[in-house]
Design a protein. Sequence first.
Length: 313
Amino acid sequence: MIPSNLLADGQNDVTATYSCTLTNMWSKENHPVGYDSISNSAHWSPPVLVAHGTDYEMWASNTMASPGVETVAETGRTSTLEDEIKEAQNNGFAGGFVVGNNQFNANDGPQIFDDIQLTSTFPMLSTITMAAPSPDWFTGIYNFSPIDPEQNVWYESFEIATYSWDAGTELGETYSLNNDPQEPHIPIFQLTNETIPGDSGILLDGESGTDVLPMALWSCTLQKTTEQEITIPVVNENEGTCAKYFSECTLDDDCCSVSCRDGRCRAKVRGPERFESLRVSSRSGTTMGGAAGKARRSSTGTVNRFRKRFLRG
């Protein structure tokens, strides 16, 4: 996981847009038992990716599967889960979501999804896709937040290898559909050498015969972002130091440095509720604010003089 320089600041409306890819790792080499019988049909159902906050949970270990998760895990259909996400959106618990396509192991390469946006309100990512054919087995990510906890920045990129999970809603010991329901339902659990059903060794690796290897690899890369405004000083002919305008900057260079973008440089008040500063957006050009804004509204000539002074500074 590689940190970026994009702050994950809960006080600002910063959007981290990720492009994600699903790479298959479910194969005869990694999961040899019974794979020959489904080598031409083995596939991932349309994956669902959702951005959300802590008040929504698509799925998690040792929790009961929702009807939407149950339907995905047993049939691969996503409509019920999409309805659950839309309800969470209406309640302000979830952001955007993306639905992919069927991905067949024998024929299809890695699948690249439409971009998904994470924000300070919805900083978590969850995904799910059915391992088909199977009783109620699936793989995916749950409640992952791509934020570096030490630097409080979004990750530039990350990769997560995901394992096989049982939704706890249907019985079955091999790659088969239309099995009897699990009554009563049990919590979602990971399929390991201790929890795989039956004695066949389904899903165990071919080398040691004791491990269940990852089924898929999810990799995401930070794309375009919304950027915070940075503040630089208005310097006139008689005042040439940044410190005269910014309370925490000691050098001129500080005013256009990372410290300013991080919000650590604050404009000094120059009179009642006036800030001698020019706000510059790195994406959308210049925006006049404070005293400079008043100058722009009052006289074009004043603005031209201001620009000359600013350029000289």
